[in-house]
Design a protein around this ligand. Sequence first.
Ligand code: KG4
Ligand code: ZN
Length: 323
Amino acid sequence: MLLAIETSCDDTAACLYDGQAVHAHVVYRQAIHSAYGGVIPEWASREHEVRLPLAVQEALQQGGIGWKDLRAIAVAQGPGLLGSLLVGFTYGRALAAAYKLPFIGVHHLEAHVASLELAPEPITYPLLVLVATGGHTHLFRVQHPLALEVLGRTIDDAIGEAFDKVAASLGLPYPGGPEIERLASQGDPTAYAFPRPHTEKAWDFSFSGLKTAFLYARRQQPGLSVEDLCASWQEAVFSYAVEKLVAAAAAFRIPRVGLVGGVAANARFRTLLQQHAQKAGLTLYLAPLEYCMDNAAMIARAGWHKYLNGLYTPLSAVPFARG
Ligand code: KG4
Ligand code: ZN
């Protein structure tokens, strides 16, 4: 049984995993940031300090096992907020030292990609995966969960960050993605035409122009309901992302695509990609809903691959904010 810990940003999570099944899945989503439009790093670290031991204890209880049953400790090593990462990483390192267990540092984006393998159907590699989170928007060619090649990435805001900023401009709580989705579901996606972003490199992304366009549209079209505006904006963001992912699959001649990360929890995003993938004859893998937003099960799955390959992390290692 492997214990996994995730504290990259504002979610405190612990999981027990044995390579076959998730035996405990605990996520505490910090609510203290909700009124501030984004995560306050110092507060996030302090909340992790308080919550992580409780989350781990709860996971052991859920799994019905004790410390002596653990075989390895996997922890998110980065990228993320350094103070937040330090809490989980140091805690995991201490556990590994105390119980003499292999210690495994996991890359947060590799973990998001590995969340695809938590779905029941087996994955055929290689495939193209879009990681759509609040901190990153990366297009990867994935040969294996531990062999990722970046084909493109956002040159400005991450896709989830754009949702959070648009929501904040409407006075909605953080995280803004689910709030925008809720409003969009009551609006007309064809009410307003947003411009299509352009990037110099074909497989990069840009979302800050769309975010600014939302603010202008709101000011210049006071007659437009906020529901219609959100529906049109969300549709523009997702059709842009989906069409690029599907085009990349054709360009790189890989007939399989995947979608992971917090923004992959959006029902419209999932449906739109399903429709486009089907039309293009692509096999589609979607991260299971409960493993889209940050969680420790995805850390466990990526950590499991490292465990099987003996890819342990020295206890002298440190977390990293970027990379
Ligand atoms: O993967 P995640 O939990 O954390 C990072 O690694 O960043 O992603 C969080 C992001 C936030 O920006 C949040 O607003 C967005 O995912 N998000 C959504 C939805 N649920 C979460 N965006 C759009 N629609 C959603 N339903
Ligand atoms: Zn994440």
